[in-house]
Design a protein around this ligand. Structure first.
Ligand SMILES: Nc1ccn([C@@H]2O[C@H](COP(=O)(O)OP(=O)(O)OP(=O)(O)O)[C@@H](O)[C@H]2O)c(=O)n1
Ligand SMILES: Nc1nc2c(ncn2[C@@H]2O[C@H](COP(=O)(O)OP(=O)(O)O)[C@@H](O)[C@H]2O)c(=O)[nH]1
Ligand SMILES: [Mg+2]
Length: 194
């Protein structure tokens, strides 16, 4: 496995719920042709399949809690293997959610060359998610679950940024700016990789 993807770049995209990770990843795909893997989307696809495992996941996600590490990691790994031959880079969106997830990813798959830290204020994220909730149909885009997701983000996920900062691979992106300006900074960070 690690073999198959050894030449592909791995980029972690980390930020709070509603910070704009998915929005920026879409633009990176369009410009650079990287493969976008959203851990949340992979989990939602499993829920949509109606499987027994999906039912368990649905309950956890509705509460805004984290699903077991191995479940998400296996899904990401399978998706990466499926694309390994054609992909020059992977955007791993919404993962790692906690330092342990990052450590396990590196053991089983490989090391990231960049962590894009998509940063927005708490109130901005809540506002965006409430707006998205009007049309997303996502069971977790409601006021109560949003609050839990934010709390968990500050507690569990922010330490991930400190962990990778010490390695010098974190680029902090101000996501309060208009989408295209945010993307300008994202593109710069990716261009600097070469
Ligand atoms: N590595 C991950 C990714 C996602 N989840 C679960 O899936 C939910 C939704 O994940 P995601 O789509 O990444 O949500 P957010 O980042 O909170 O929001 P967004 O889609 O807006 O990025 C999370 O709240 C969590 O329950 C998880 O447990 N572990
Ligand atoms: N104003 C503004 N809205 C944004 C920006 N980025 C994302 N959004 C909106 O915020 C919501 C959450 O964005 P999304 O990409 O799903 O964020 P994610 O939760 O981090 O994946 C969506 O409704 C987007 O349209 C931005 O840079 N500026
Ligand atoms: Mg998203």
């Amino acid at each position: 496995m690690a073999d198959k993807i050894k030449d592909a770049k791995i980029i972690f995209v980390v930020g709070g719920p509603g910070s704009g990770k998915g929005t920026q990843c879409e633009k990176v795909v369009a410009k650079y042709g990287y493969t976008h893997l959203s851990s949340g989307d992979l989990l939602r696809a499993e829920v949509a399949s109606g499987s027994e495992r999906g039912k368990t996941l649905q309950a956890i996600m509705q509460k805004g809690e984290l699903v077991p590490l191995d479940t998400v990691l296996d899904m990401i790994k399978d998706a990466m293997i499926a694309k390994a031959d054609v992909s020059k880079g992977f955007l791993i969106d919404g993962y790692p959610r906690e330092v342990k997830q990052g450590e396990e990813f590196e053991k089983k798959i490989g090391a990231p060359c960049l962590l894009l830290y998509i940063d927005a204020k708490g109130e901005t994220m809540v506002k965006r998610l409430m707006k998205r909730g009007e049309t997303s149909g996502r069971a977790d885009d409601n006021e109560e679950t949003i609050k839990k997701r934010l709390d968990l983000y500050y507690k569990a996920t922010e330490p991930v940024i400190a962990f990778y900062s010490s390695r010098g691979i974190v680029r902090k992106i101000d996501s309060e700016l208009p989408v295209d300006e945010v993307f300008g900074h994202v593109a710069k960070a990716i261009d600097d990789l070469k």
